[in-house]
Design a protein around this ligand. Sequence first.
Ligand code: IPM
Ligand code: MN
Length: 365
Amino acid sequence: MEKVIAVLEGDGIGPEIVRESLKALRAIEKKYGHRFTLTPAPFGAGAYFSEGSPFPEETKRICDESDVIIKGPVGLAVEQMSRIPPEHRPENGAILPLRKRYDTFANFRPVRLPKHLASFSPLKPEILGEGIDILMIRELVGGIYFGKKIEGRDADMRFSSDECTYTDEQIRRVAAVAFEEARKRSGRLTNVHKANVLATSRFWNQIVEEVASGFPDVAYRSMLVDNAAYQLVKDPSQFNGVMLLENMQGDILTDQAGGVIGSLGLMPSACIGTVKSYVEPAHGSAPDIAGRDIANPYSMIGSIALMLERCLNLAREASDVWNALFTVFEQGYTTADLSEGPNESRKLLSTSEFGDLVVEYIEKG
Ligand code: IPM
Ligand code: MN
């Protein structure tokens, strides 16, 4: 297969974890005889300082001309961020515009922690049960993050508001994707909402239930978001299968899921769009540890696996990458951000050593 891939390495730990993920991609390319043309482009806070925009026109052109995009985390330390005008900060000036440009409505965030890695989690092993394997699917281009924002002032008060809107079509398409996934895994689907308070959630449930009627084979249930947050910590494996979440609730619960399995560094993601898709880790750029070769590259390498699987339809190649990632842990290695159990003595790896081992296991696998 021949593909053109834009590479936005981003800020902070971005360049170092993207570098490791590209090593894994090159190993796959070689093993299977593909041809991936990688085109780097500036994006994020660094791009604002060097190019005057966090999402420069030239980067847009490179992305438009690519088949798929690999994006690292973006953002710099607070002090530097405060020197960027709000509309040019990476959230509002780069990430949300990227999602909107390619209509990346379905965000896949797999949350996986096999039983034998239970020690990475802050939860007790008996709470983790047989292990965690949840596919969180977050709606990514609608809801409150994309609604009208007001910061106003009247004669006697100041106020602000964020509008939250969903159309039936926006809900239907992401729900359809989630039910298809649940059907493929013959798993249950948990729909998360706040319908006891929000009109958008009541509407969300109505449409999701219309879609559900076309999938009688999928075990469906819905749960209030506050209860889901509680249950995710008390008994996470009850969610094994698919969770469907709107944009903001999904943003919050996917971070919580990272905490449940031990680190946001274990949270890769794919953003599937109608125009184009891209992959990114679910976490930030960790400027405090940037450049020290200690960040865990799992989330970025896992994002490459998701790209192979979900954007390029290369299932075998993707499973090679997943297997290599889990083999690293099975062989008793760890990175600084992951805890080890009381009876373990794991060997500590740097970012680049982790990437080297992944390459080795891809080659052998
Ligand atoms: C994420 C991030 C983004 C989001 C921010 C940086 C805009 O937190 O991808 O989860 O809220 O979607
Ligand atoms: Mn987030």
